[in-house]
Design a protein around this ligand. Structure first.
Ligand code: NAD
Ligand code: UDP
Length: 340
């Protein structure tokens, strides 16, 4: 019999890529999502890649009662990956209560459901944002966490603290928090990718939409950072490599290979690329000329952010293999396909 796993937020960007990797590894996948930031057609896209359409439940996970009923009928699951959350940094600054309400109630309801019905293994989607404004690099898992610059980021920091407390109080429960750096890219089939609503806040979709003529030009936020070319440096990670890290992390929990009941791993490549590096890669791989200009720094942006990924490499046996060129090229293929 297949191992059954629950993926909350599984029709979203990272969740859908992760569903594909779990199905490919022989797991039975149950997706729970309220489609507040994703589309039901993603299920067919997953089927087009894997041959399997995952079971889907449309549930708002802030609804305690419905979430509990869902857990009761899926108590044979071996684990849960919690992607479901609101994720727009800027929006969270304007609507903090909605962000705290959604992201923290989802987590509490999921933990209560797991606790009540005996599901022991949790993977939590965290973020490099928990390091706040860091002062030294590369960031490893023992680097000091600081208050994140946005309410969204704070839901990740508080979320980790809630999980850590619960893992100490519960004998059987184990969790791994994966701190993503900058996920970009799309599935090589061209059938899955990121679908931001409205004007994208993030660099990669803004680049692909500008190249396609949907936006006039990319504004590069800041060109006098103390970096090699003055533009800000980030650790971009291909979404498919990121998805594979979830499979390895859940297997570590299932096989009880953990050293502690709550573990944390950075998930990035460990390589910092500037905004101009990303544009150069995009122009090279797609043969597109990108319209861009320099603008002032974006409030809250840090000059440099990249990970030490040695813990994930050594303990999870996870090695990202896809390059920046793979990331920019696949993002472009996805953007063209979804607008065709
Ligand atoms: P996404 O918005 O594409 O996916 C999140 C999914 O959660 C969506 O399908 C949405 O409909 C669902 N959802 C939201 N609220 C819900 C609710 N109340 N009940 C049920 N479903 C709900 O986002 P993503 O980029 O795939 O991110 C996945 C996770 O990774 C999130 O927790 C996000 O905070 C985290 N993360 C993302 C990034 C990034 O750059 N994309 C970086 C770090 C961490
Ligand atoms: N960026 C930019 N123009 C944009 C969007 C982003 O110059 O329209 C820069 C941003 O300042 C940061 C990098 O691109 O240095 C990555 O930004 P993104 O919002 O994708 O991720 P973040 O690192 O902020 O989470």
């Amino acid at each position: 019999m297949k191992n059954k796993i629950i993926i909350t937020g599984g029709t979203g960007y990272i969740g859908s890529h992760t569903a594909v990797e779990f199905i490919n590894e022989g797991f039975e996948v149950i997706i729970v999502d309220n489609l507040s930031n994703s589309d039901i057609s993603v299920l067919d896209s997953i089927k087009s890649i894997t041959g399997v359409k995952p079971t889907f439940e449309n549930i708002d996970l802030t609804d305690k009662n419905k979430t509990s009923i869902f857990f009761e009928s899926n108590k044979d699951a071996v684990g849960l990956i919690n992607f479901a959350a609101f994720k727009a940094v800027g929006e969270s600054v304007k609507m903090p209560l909605q962000y705290y309400h959604n992201n923290l109630n989802i987590l509490l309801n999921v933990l209560e459901g797991m606790n009540r019905f005996g599901i022991r293994n949790l993977i939590f989607s965290s973020s490099a944002t928990v390091y706040g404004l860091p002062d030294c690099f590369p960031l490893n898992e023992n680097s000091t966490t600081k208050r994140p610059t946005s309410p969204y980021g704070n839901t990740k920091k508080i979320g980790e603290e809630i999980i850590e407390d619960f893992s100490k109080a519960s004998i059987n429960f184990k969790a791994i928090s994966l701190r993503y750096f900058n996920p970009i890219g799309a599935h090589s089939s061209g059938n899955l990718g990121e679908t931001p609503t409205g004007i994208p806040n993030n660099l990669m979709p803004f680049i692909t939409q500008t190249a396609l003529g949907l936006r006039d030009e990319l504004k590069i936020f800041g060109n006098d950072y103390k970096t090699k070319d003055g533009t800000a440096v980030r650790d971009y990670i291909h979404v498919v490599d990121l998805a594979k890290a979830h499979v390895l992390a859940l297997q570590r929990l299932i096989r009880n290979e953990v050293l502690e009941n709550f573990e944390i791993f950075n998930i990035g490549t460990g390589i910092g690329y500037s905004v101009l590096d990303v544009i150069a890669s995009f122009e090279k791989t797609t043969k597109q000329k990108l319209n861009y200009s320099f603008a002032s720094k974006r409030e809250g942006d840090v000059p440099i952010l990249y990970a030490s990924t040695s813990k994930a490499k050594e303990e999870l046996n996870w090695n990202p293999i896809l390059t920046l060129d793979d990331m920019t090229e696949s993002s472009w293929e996805w953007e063209k396909k979804r607008n065709s």
